[in-house]
Structure formats: C-alpha cells, structure tokens
Design a protein around this ligand. Structure first.
Ligand code: ZN
Length: 651
C-alpha cells in the first residue's frame, strides 16, 4: 500500500488561535450541551427531533410511534463523534458518562442479527433494504461507524465499536456480487468512507472490499436504482424523488468514469472522499483519475468564492459550469465540510499542498458562517447575497433563511459542524516518515514523536492580521526531520527568515521545505503579503459580471446592512478605491480587521416614490463603506448582506 499522510492525534494538538480557538471552545461549552438538549427535545421553540426517544422505542423501553425523518438516527451518531473528538482534544471529559449511557441505549436498539435503524426496526421491519434510493439505512450505518471509530480512538472503549462491527458484518453479508446478496448500493453515500475507517483500525479486509464494492457497483447496468424504483412505482419518503434523476446520487454512470461534479453536493463529496481513500489503499489509478478530474471541475468551474458548492436550491445540487447565482444558491454547510474532507484526502495521497487552498476557503468562509457565535444558531444554506424580504416561503427562495436557525427538521449541518470544529487539528497538521506538514495557519501547538524523541511545534499565526506567521520547532536533540509549510496561492511574495536571518528555501508541490534542525529551538518566520484586494470572476460566471469581491488572504469580506444601510445592490465601488484596514468589531470572534473604503450610491431620482419604472435620471452620492468577514455575517443584526459588489468604472 502507498503511504499517505497521517493525522497527528488530536490529544497532541492544542488550538490557541483567537478565531478558531473561540469556535473550538464553543463546541464543548455550548454546542455539545445544546445539541444534547435538542436530541432529547428539551429546547423550547426548536423543532422536535425525537432522536433519543426513537432509540428508546426501538430498544423496546418505551411505547409509541417512531417520529422524524427516516435518517434521524444520524444526529445522535454525529453528536457522539463530536464528543469523541472533544474527549480526545481534552475538552470533553464531562460528556463521557452521558455518551457511555447513550451508547448502551444504541446497543439495546440493535437487532439480534446486527441490524440497527430506528425507522425500519419500529415502523417498517418488513421493508428492510427495500428502498435504497430513499431509505438511508446505509447512510445511517456509515455515521454509526464513524462515531464508533472516533469514540474508540478517544477512549479505548469498544462498546460502540462492537455494535458498529456487528452491523458492518451484516452489511458485508447482505451486499455484494453473490447470488444471495443484494446488488445495490446506498442512495446517500457515507458508508463507503466509514467502512474504510473501520478497516483501518480493525484491518478486516471485508470492510475495505465492501466499500470498494459500493463504489464499483454504483451506476453499473442494469441500474439498480432504476429497477428498484420501477418495482416500487414511485417515491416512498421524499416526493421530490419522483422522476428520479440518477445523476442526483451520482449513479448515472460508474463513479470511476465521472469527470464532472453532478447531483447532490454532499452525496458527491462523501463519495469522492471515499474514492480518494480507496485510491490510496488500493493504489487504484482509475479512482484517482476520477477524483482529480472532478476536483478540478469543482474548483475551476462550479465552486463559489466562499468555498461552497451546490448552486441549485432545488435538490441541493450541482448544475452546470459557471452557473453560480448568489441569492438562490444552496451551498449547504455540509457540502463545504465534505469538500474539506475530499481536499484533505487529496493532499494526503499526493502530498501536494494545492488542495488545501480550497479546504481553507471552505473552512474560513462557509463552514464558519454555518454557525453563530452563540453556538445555538445555524445556517444550512449559505447565500452570498441576502435581501431578507425576498426570502419568501413557498417560493423558489424557501430554502434561503436570512437568519441562523435554532434547528432544522433535517438537521445534518449542526452536528456536522460540531464534529468538524472539534477535530480541526487534523486539518492543521499532518505527518509522514519525513516529518511534519503545516497545512493551515491556525495558531496552535503540536507534539509528535520522531525516532522516540518528542518534537514540539508552536505555530503563532497572524495570517489574518499582518500576515506574519512564526513557527517554532523544538527538538530535544538533532534528528533527521523535515518541516513542510504550505504556501498558499494568495501568499504573494513570501519573505522567509530562519533563526532571525533572511533565507530562501526549496519548494516542492506547494510546500516550502525546511530541514537540518539543531537541537533546541528553531525558528521559522513567514511574512505573507496579504493586503485586502479585489478579485473578479471568470467572464462566464454571468452572475458576477461587472462585479468584484473583497478578500484578505483566505477570508472573503461582505457588506452588511447594519454598517452600510439598506439596498446594498445600489452601491458601486471603484476598483481603485483605497482599502484601509479598520478596527475589528469587538463582539465578533478573532479580532479580524474591518475593511473601510469609499463607494458611490446610485439612485434614479427620475421616478416618483409610487412608480415602479420611469425616466432615467441618476444621482450619485459618495458614501463610506465598511466590510466585515463573510464568516461573521448575521451575528449582530438581521438585514441585507452582499459579497459581490458592483464595479464603478466612471463615466
Ligand atoms: Zn447539512
């Protein structure tokens, strides 16, 4: 097997960053306790989840009807996974007892043969495995397995792992190419990457084979989903699945033949993440080729500047190249998390840093925007332009919410955010035999062992402030060791110092390489040129024509009504306007500067107040503007928000 990058254990990483440290603190202090209350239906004014109740009913410990969406079980699994990462990173000890108890409940809800799903156990036991398109059984199993692996890694306890293995063994028996087996695959991918995780800790080959089977079988002829739908004669759980488009679940052709990102964005990201894992485990070039082609299609033609994906509000999916509307898009928080997962794996295989530019965009913008600073409000959909009055229910805008919500009836995003923020360390550092990789500039400390000696890393990042990053590498004695630091595309002319002296260094696959460390402290200083700047879009992105977006390093900035007044669409900005960094807003995390500049407000004064159209008579007013990081929008007041601003080119 080829050797990819390894993660550094979360227990050996400590995040000290003012921005990300605030969010990771939020996970243990607010998000996990809040979500536990939610799972138990104890939060007023939040949609009930019935989640814990469903497990009690499935375990035979409570009477009643099982309620909630068919994949409701996953909310609990992702919650446990987040708890596991908190236990591992040292912030979650107080949740361990609750987690242990609920893990026992899950085990009691498991059937004798290993099957575990509250919907099919309670509501429709005769329908097990009959609706793979909509039933989400394998998707739920995948999240159970991921939680089990994380909890085992964090605590060494095997109870949840035993439950997951028992279920995974059943799945390996039920699905496959044998005459007695079901020749199907999941309607929502997830189990594939989970089975690979399970394989990696158990080394049981059947889990890897089963993941490979699910990928290879998908989209082959005769198409399993086509046949299944014909037999059923229509949709069972989701009316939007009538006239099912096979592209929706990437089952139109075998995944290794796919070259463009199609269908539901989260499904696609989970699938390609698994394919990247398989490409590594099996040294399978055809899997890798598909991953590279799709990655390229996404990042060059189908991704927002905020690192979000899924242009269509209908079916949460990819559409066509350059179709990137800013107000009606879906851009699900989970899809950006999936993009981070995919990118991390691509770097892990290729040891090429470039994928992390996209991971970083997704993380700093869409993923952080997905959660409010109180920890109990979330965005599912992440538009780049909002006019609250236009976000009308029962219309083409019904998916867009102008303010973060307490919870959702389909609540994949909040617990997905929790598990991602709790395991952030894995996106900062990685290692291989040669040494350590610094993939993100998030202030933190890390410890790793090389030749039985503990090496200490202290990363102090001013990336989002003055662009200066200071890395201290402490070796108890000199050992052969390499530090590879990602050079992001936006770095500009990078200035380097080593132990206080100007230096140059070798670059390889997007990393600056440093070696030959002395015993004791070694200092590497990087100075990124990350002044605020305007960026434009490819001419084919019709929705951004004549517009520009303000960025600083990986952070996209936006205008909000609270700072700039109503009708942000009437604002025009000269691209040559002076951009000045202003004082951060105290109540927003991370001490990130605001950006101040001048613009012009254009008004048509030829029209009377009660007229819709009329003579064109323009009046220009010079105005002062203030932009804030996109990730922070809607944390102070509700109102309009705008990323892409109109260019004023003079007359
Ligand atoms: Zn989601």
């Amino acid at each position: 097997m080829a050797e990819g990058l390894q993660s550094i254990k979360l227990r050996d990483i400590h995040i000290t960053d003012p921005l990300f440290g605030s969010y990771s603190k939020l996970v243990s202090e607010k998000i996990i306790p809040y979500q536990w209350e939610i799972l138990n239906d104890r939060v007023e004014n939040a949609a009930p989840t019935y989640c814990i109740q469903n497990f009690r009913i499935a375990a035979g410990e409570m009477q009643g009807e099982r309620k909630g969406v068919v994949f409701q079980d996953t909310d609990l699994y992702k919650w446990i996974e987040a708890v596991a990462y908190c236990i591992e990173n040292g912030s979650g000890a107080r949740f361990e007892e609750i987690a242990d108890e609920v893990i026992e409940l899950i085990a009691r809800a498991q059937q004798v043969d290993g099957y575990l799903n509250t919907y099919f156990t309670v509501t429709a036991p005769q329908k097990r495995w009959t609706n793979l398109v909509e039933g989400h059984e394998l998707y739920c199993a995948g999240h159970l397995i991921e939680a089990a692996v994380a909890y085992y890694n964090a605590t060494g306890k095997t109870s949840l792992l035993d439950t997951a293995k028992k279920y995974a063994d059943l799945i390996c028996d039920v699905f496959g190419r044998g005459d007695e087996q079901i020749h199907g695959y999941p309607g929502h991918q997830e189990i594939e990457l989970a089975l690979i995780k399970l394989y990696r800790i158990t080394r049981k080959r059947c889990y890897l084979e089963c993941a490979k089977y699910f990928i290879e079988e998908r989209g082959s002829e005769p198409n399993y989903f086509d046949e299944e739908i014909k037999k059923r004669g229509g949709s069972e759980f989701f009316h939007e699945f009538d006239n099912y488009d096979l592209k929706y679940s990437q089952s139109h052709i075998p995944p290794i033949q796919q070259r463009t990102a199609e269908g539901h964005a989260v499904r696609a990201m989970y699938m390609f993440s698994a394919m990247a894992d398989l490409a590594l485990e099996l040294e399978d070039d055809s899997m890798m080729e598909a991953c590279q082609a799709v990655w390229s299609n996404i990042t060059k033609k189908r991704m927002y500047i905020t690192g979000s994906i899924g242009s269509s509000g209908v079916l949460e999916r990819f559409t066509a190249d350059y179709d990137l509307p800013n107000r009606t898009n879906y851009s699900e928080t989970c899809a950006s998390i999936g993009l981070m997962m995919f990118g991390q794996r691509m770097t892990s295989i290729t040891k090429n840093a470039e994928y992390y530019d996209t991971v970083e965009l997704a993380l700093y913008n869409t993923v952080l925007a997905g959660i409010g600073m109180t920890g109990d409000r979330y965005f599912y959909v992440n538009p780049l332009e909002v006019v609250p009055d236009f976000c009308t229910d029962h219309s083409y805008m019904m998916h867009v919410k102008p303010e973060r919500q307490r919870w959702f009836s389909v609540a994949c995003c909040p617990p997905n955010l929790a598990r991602t923020l709790a395991s952030l360390g894995q996106y900062i550092y990685a290692r291989d035999k040669e040494g350590i990789y610094i993939n993100q500039f998030i202030s933190s400390t890390a410890e790793l062992e090389v030749e039985n000696r503990k090496i200490q890393i202290n990363l102090e990042s001013g990336l989002l402030q003055d662009g200066k990053v200071r890395l201290s590498v402490y070796l108890p004695e000199a050992v052969p060791f390499m530090v590879k630091i990602r050079i992001p595309k936006y770095a500009g002319h990078l200035k380097l110092r080593r132990n206080g002296l100007k230096t140059e260094c070798r670059e390889e696959k997007g990393y600056a390489l440093f070696s030959e460390f002395d015993s004791g402290e070694n200092l590497i200083e990087l100075d990124f040129d990350i002044k605020p700047r305007w960026v434009g879009a490819n001419d084919w992105v019709r929705d951004d024509e004549g517009k520009m977006a303000l960025v600083k390093g990986p952070c996209v900035y936006c205008l909000e009504e609270v700072d700039n007044g109503e009708n942000l669409g009437a604002i025009y900005v000269d691209p040559k306007t002076l951009l000045e960094e202003g004082k951060p807003i105290d109540e927003l995390f991370g001490n990130l500067s605001t950006i101040r500049y001048h613009g012009t407000r254009l008004a048509n004064v030829g029209i009377g107040e009660d007229e819709l159209y009329g003579e064109l008579l323009l009046q220009e007013t010079n105005i002062s503007l203030m932009a804030i990081p996109y990730c922070h929008w809607n944390n102070r007041e509700n109102g309009e928000m705008l990323v892409w601003q109109k260019m004023y080119l003079g007359r």
